[in-house]
Design a binder for this molecule. Sequence first.
Ligand SMILES: C[S@@+](CC[C@H](N)C(=O)[O-])C[C@H]1O[C@@H](n2cnc3c(N)ncnc32)[C@H](O)[C@@H]1O
Length: 273
Amino acid sequence: MTRAAPEDFALVAELYDQDMAGNNLVHDLVYPRVYGPGEYIGQFSDNSASELRALAAAMDLAPDSAVLDIGCGTAPVAAFLAGEFGWRITGIDVAASPLRKAAQRLTEAGLADRVSLAHGDVYRHGFAAPFDGIYGTGAFCHFDPARLFARCHELLRPGGRLAFMERVRTGELSEQEWRQLTVEWACPTVNTVPEYREALSGAGFAVDVVQDLTPTFRDWQDRSVIVRHELKAEIIALTSAEYFETSVRLADYENAVTKAGKLGYALVTATAR
Ligand SMILES: C[S@@+](CC[C@H](N)C(=O)[O-])C[C@H]1O[C@@H](n2cnc3c(N)ncnc32)[C@H](O)[C@@H]1O
């Protein structure tokens, strides 16, 4: 596949800074209904809280472990996992606007001493490494996996654990589908599981677990379209008719590509050799 574009974090930052205000409001309205009771914790990734808990359990790290959340966004996952697993988490994000909400979330939850935040690019930021674990939820799609995993390997102690949940390509995408899933989201490519495996072993990781989360992903995608239509009036009142139309269009095409068997979801864990 030669269609991959270079990473562009200026574009990523612009995307999340721009869309954040409307996105947050709509997310908080739509996703409690998509995931069901107790399963929405503010996450932007396509996972329920139970799936996020499974990712952390698979990392198998002791309380007080030093863990890096790459692309933490508003830090819902960092707050959730610091609370449930007792980790000391550093969350990093290139976009400033989600980090402002993250800081507020952590203060309100009394977790500001367990989760610290860094504004910047994970390749350039100087961390107090090594970490015992690194994870990303819905963020690794913005990266070239070979380069990202090499950076993760550099930041982890030997035997440190890496985990991520991400969309994966499971079929041949048309030019239009490719553009919608990459260019529109500032993602260089949509990787397959074998591509992720190859990048991990090339960067010095042993792959431990690859779990196919496509069946639940398909449910979340389906429900995301249904719930948006159910809440049309509320979404328009919070944002605008134009925002509603765009958000339904995005949800619709992702749902169609997923239903066609071309897009799936995976949980991957690996250990730094
Ligand atoms: C879909 S959001 C996921 C946020 C969060 N992990 C969650 O599950 O709610 C992806 C995030 O990755 C961040 N990101 C992308 N590239 C990055 C980089 N090079 N360094 C740090 N953060 C990055 C984006 O700014 C964005 O906030």
